[in-house]
Design a protein around this ligand. Structure first.
Ligand SMILES: [Zn+2]
Length: 187
């Protein structure tokens, strides 16, 4: 079991179910990896040994993550964007977050802790259009002033011009994700 644990530690995401390894009988030589339903699916030939799997899978996962990082808005840019969004749509809110960070969160799009003024954004939003990410950033930023989703909160949130469209995108994403999360595992 120690070996398995080592593998899990080398490869963040495996424990959380973010990474799925599929052994394919049809696959002879090649290994492929892709994103599906928020997970990284690595497809390997069925004949690969456990040791070969342990060396091949992290490499493929690293490749996918590197491609994604290239396209990802960095965290300092997230904080700048929060500042811009509040300036545009809620200038009366003077609170600013001390940090805005990406976090692997499957259940929520974002979260805001008033006490220490920190905001976390689901890394699922790294691959959504800018108006969707902006909407979630703005939502969490408004929480710096209003802790709940009461009328005051909603009134401010409604100033975001693409609220309906962004909400529809998130609803559709969640519906698709719940259908597609676990790919069929061939035996
Ligand atoms: Zn909220």
């Amino acid at each position: 079991m120690a070996k398995e644990d080592d593998f899990d530690q080398q490869l963040p995401g495996l424990n959380e179910g973010e990474i799925i390894v599929i052994r394919s009988k049809r696959r002879k030589r090649t290994i492929s990896a892709y994103r599906q339903g928020g997970r990284i699916v690595v497809s390997i030939p069925a004949r690969l040994t456990k040791a070969e799997e342990r060396s091949a899978v992290p490499e493929m996962v690293a490749k996918i993550r590197a491609q994604e990082i290239e396209k990802t808005v960095d965290e300092s840019a997230l904080a700048t964007r929060v500042d811009e969004l509040l300036g545009l749509y809620a200038p009366e809110i003077s609170e600013r977050p001390v940090s805005v960070t990406w976090r692997m969160m499957r259940e929520r799009w974002g979260s805001c802790t008033n006490l220490d003024a920190t905001i976390r954004i689901s890394s699922r939003l790294q691959r959504t259009p800018a108006y969707v990410l902006d909407f979630v950033l703005f939502h969490e930023a408004v929480h710096l002033r209003y802790g709940d989703h009461g009328p005051a909160f909603k009134a401010v949130l409604a100033r975001y011009p693409m609220e309906g469209l962004a909400q529809a995108y998130l609803d559709g994403y969640e519906a698709a994700e719940s259908d597609l999360t676990v790919p069929d595992l061939p035996n």
